[in-house]
Design a protein around this ligand. Sequence first.
Ligand code: SUG
Length: 446
Amino acid sequence: MPKHAIEANFDGLVGLTHNYAGLSWGNVASKANVSAVSNPKQAALQGLAKMKQLADRGYVQGILPPHERPHIPTLKGLGYNGSDEQILAAVARDNPVLLSAVASASCMWTANAATVSASADTHDHRVHFTPANLNAKFHRSIEHVVTGRVLRAIFSDEAYFAHHHALPPVSQFGDEGAANHTRLCASHGEPGVELFVYGDVAFDDEAPAPTRFPARQTLEASRAIARLHGLDDNHAVFAQQNPAAIDAGVFHNDVIAVGNANVLFYHQQAFLDEDRLLADISARLKGAQLEAIRVPEADVPLADAVASYLFNSQLLSAADGMVLAVPAECREIPSVSRYLDGLLASGGPITAVEVFDVKQSMRNGGGPACLRLRVVLRDDELKAMHHGVLMTDSLYQHLTAWVQAHYRDRLSQDDLSDPMLLDESRRALDELTGILGLGMIYDFQH
Ligand code: SUG
């Protein structure tokens, strides 16, 4: 008898240094907004509003805290020395791009924080976590250490939760976490099929690969995670992303596909071998039939899918169907808005569309689904985790007041070397670990 389970979503709380540095080649929005002035306060409030709205609808909503930025220990490891102020001044002078990288608030996109496997699928029936090495981009490659600490602090009971180290930090094992991982199942508590989508086959120069933009996830990495998590062949499917989609700006699979329960919602151009992928999932899915909702290029051209982030939506089970939580941009692009109206009228499994304004994050290529990490939890697992990070009315009030008190409402690239920003950030994060009851997770606290 399968146990009851829910899908909890852990959103990244946007950090105090949220900025537009154009660091992600292959991510169209990041490049388009390079050097724009950001509004960290608005970004954090937009994210909190999304979390609150979903919590109010009855979904279990968690929060993952921002990391310490600018990250002085990384700069020390690269040979900068002196006081924090001297280090910031030196790196701003010699290497402003490096300063932007160590100041990025990119850990907000928690879909890239880790890959998480549900206990119903794993060999030892524990929930497994592997922080993503994110080694395709330097600014993201420094996230996994603190991510690992945070996940261990929240899911600390070893009877229920297993934590692995990030994979080796080289391109052959490039891993971008849950952004390239989707779980299909009859219901959350039942054994499911974990779909790993990779962009490149490491160790095979002849395999199809994108030519313009980099593929960030490799098959080798996806396979290693499936092994670590103890997923046997009945619970894991591997599929290659269409290289043409990567070259059109689809740098993660969650920019072109999203799944929930037995539904896979995806663009016609998402996968290299769509038929095989559908057959592989169908052969393994127990207790339900796969419902594939394929969006044709004729309805939504790939460029509109990338610009609107239609597929970077959260697909959530509701009492009477499924809700697609889309970014506001989907209603601004005519082909996508028309498609959504047709989808709702079609009588299919998606019965509601809910619109979220996460524009500050979207300008860096992060939609609603990028901002969240899904963790399927049985009732006893939910009980065993740390509850200080779960959204409630009072936590929402507390965090909103905390953001209002500590965040700036404009930040340019020149501001990143301001030593006051580092102080503000540390003071705020120190207070935050108290609010969330997480203990000392930051380097500056040691
Ligand atoms: O890794 N953007 C992130 C966006 C991540 C979106 N995540 C998912 N699709 N799941 C990235 O490209 C831009 C930072 C800058 O340019 O300032 C950035 O890192």
